[in-house]
Design a binder for this molecule. Structure first.
Ligand code: FAD
Ligand code: FSA
Length: 463
């Protein structure tokens, strides 16, 4: 099998030729691969497998595509390219090699891959904060050419069309990356990846019971164990040579992750605007505040403005009989009332003209944080055919064009060693895990919150 020579890194390649595949490669390409989860990372992985010539790939998801609970099923997500929008991989000796490689790959994907390019909006991104910790975190250092410092309310207002940022933005400071940053229409990009993977032959089975995985299937012989497939809620056993677990926050329920994953949720709401308003609010830069939340322009189809309040996240703590607690995800298309208040607080600070509008939609949205918030892409040490593709740590959507390539690199044993080290199975980091660690996030009460303690929820009737 030959990788397209125009690519310096296998993960960055789009077109693969299988005409020259060896018999061993052909066997590998034809052997069944099962992906659990058709969310952001599962869809990206399916696409990259198909592009590399794999002909027997099945993706199982508990929901019809696009999954209603996928963290990626959303009107928009923030994306930022590498400095100077460079898509070439960094030098091997670059101290920030791993991060830069991931970002070079996503930059290339959104710039050139026809599956993703149409959904990226290069409107710029303002990163801001007002607390001492938040300001330190966003690091308003010199970020190269094209980055503008915003030091007071007037600076922020000038970055927007007039009449939009009418709020006081008290104490806000930030920087404005004018290009190579913006947002992606997340749901459309996710559907685009799934559609292209299907066109290339991948089978998607979505819905409960056919696609809902209830357990992994294990084999054991001569003292060695392995994972050989998964069983769905209809009782069907899906056998495979390789199983890729990409079930996001729900991955934790299939396997003992030794505390490496903490399912954590964030909150979002929509406001429906009129077509005229949506037009007036078009092409806004993304406005992210590490202490209070973020928004970008309303979506074109339904004219809905999505607003997220920023905070260290909610867990859903369930205490087991041995006294250990575990955060267990659940789906809800409502948000805690306290979160709704915070969202209105963000609007009061920025666009008070919208602060009292009814919400047309809201949901909680789950991710899984690792201890160091690096991804976890590795074979399980005890099950040689089980590849884990998890731990997106609340920042994994931007990688949709390219993360699947890295996951397939790992599957094929050709991931760059420095990347493999960073994303390895690493339970040693989680031995004494502080479940309440804010993991470098700010906002809210500057504490991880507990859904069990929430007093009330919104009651939004979706239209
Ligand atoms: P998911 O996309 O959640 O996919 C998991 C899939 O597994 C789902 O489709 C689900 O249906 C399926 N599944 C679950 N249980 C089962 C089962 N039993 N059987 C079969 N399938 C199952 N990232 C960014 O880069 N930029 C942003 O601006 C950004 N904003 C965010 C805002 C919010 C509010 C949240 C919550 C996250 C945000 N993220 C952002 C993070 C990003 O969305 C996630 O990191 C990414 O989508 C995770 O992808 P995933 O494939 O691991 O999980
Ligand atoms: O710049 C970004 O990639 C923002 S990710 C958006 C977000 O809501 C976070 O702000 C939050 O802390 C969590 O990681 C979920 O995603």
């Amino acid at each position: 099998m030959r990788v397209d020579q125009s690519s310096q890194h296998p993960s960055l390649s789009i077109f693969i030729r299988i005409d020259s595949a060896s018999p061993a490669d052909v066997t590998m390409l034809q052997s069944p691969v099962l992906i659990i989860g058709a969310g952001t990372w599962g869809a990206s992985t399916a696409l990259h497998l198909a592009r590399r010539g794999y002909t027997n790939v099945t993706v199982l998801d508990a929901y019809q595509q696009p999954s209603a609970i996928s963290a990626g099923n959303d009107v928009n997500k923030i994306v930022s390219f590498t400095d100077q929008c460079k898509a070439d991989p960094p030098a091997e000796d670059d101290p920030n090699f791993v991060n830069k490689t991931f970002f070079a790959a996503l930059t290339k994907g959104f710039q050139h891959d026809p599956v993703f390019k149409p959904y990226f909006h290069n409107v710029g991104n303002i990163t801001s904060a007002f607390s001492p910790g938040g300001l330190k975190h966003i690091g308003r250092r010199d970020r190269g050419s094209g980055i503008v410092e915003l030091n007071d309310t007037e600076d922020f207002r000038k970055a927007f069309p007039s009449g939009i940022l009418t709020g006081p933005l008290p104490g806000w400071k930030g920087y404005w990356k004018k290009t190579g940053a913006g947002w992606v229409h997340a749901r459309n990009a996710l559907v685009s990846a799934i559609t292209e993977a299907q066109r290339l032959g991948v089978t998607f089975i979505g819905g409960d019971p056919e696609g809902k995985v209830v357990r992994l299937l294990f084999s054991s012989s001569n003292g060695s164990q392995d994972v050989i497939g998964a069983e769905t809620a209809d009782g069907k056993q899906h056998l495979a040579s390789k199983v890729i677990l990409a079930a996001g926050a729900n991955a934790d329920q299939f396997l003992d992750f030794k505390k490496q994953l903490r399912p954590t949720a964030w909150t979002l709401a929509h406001i429906r605007m009129s077509p005229e308003e949506a037009k007036a609010y078009r092409n806004l830069p993304v406005l992210f505040n590490a202490d209070q939340g973020f928004f970008m322009e309303p979506d074109e189809d339904k004219h809905e403005l999505k607003i997220c309040d920023e905070h260290p996240g909610y867990c859903n703590w369930i205490v087991s009989p041995d006294g250990e607690r575990r955060s267990v995800p659940f789906a809800r298309h409502q948000i805690p009332l306290e979160s709704a208040e915070r969202i209105r607080g963000l609007l009061k600070a920025t666009m008070p003209q919208l602060a009292d509008r009814p919400f047309s939609f809201a949901r909680i949205c789950w991710c899984a944080d690792t201890v160091d918030r690096n991804f976890l892409i590795d074979y399980h040490p005890d099950y040689p055919s089980l590849l884990l593709a998890v731990g997106a740590s609340g920042r994994g959507f931007a990688h949709i064009p390219s993360i699947g390539g890295f996951i397939v690199d790992r599957l094929e044993g050709k991931m760059n060693q420095r990347i493999a080290d960073a994303v390895r199975w690493r339970p040693e980091q989680a031995v004494d895990r502080d479940w309440d660690d804010t993991q470098n996030r700010f906002g809210g009460d500057y504490k991880v919150m507990d859904f069990q303690k929430v007093k009330g929820w919104t009651n939004i009737q979706e239209s």
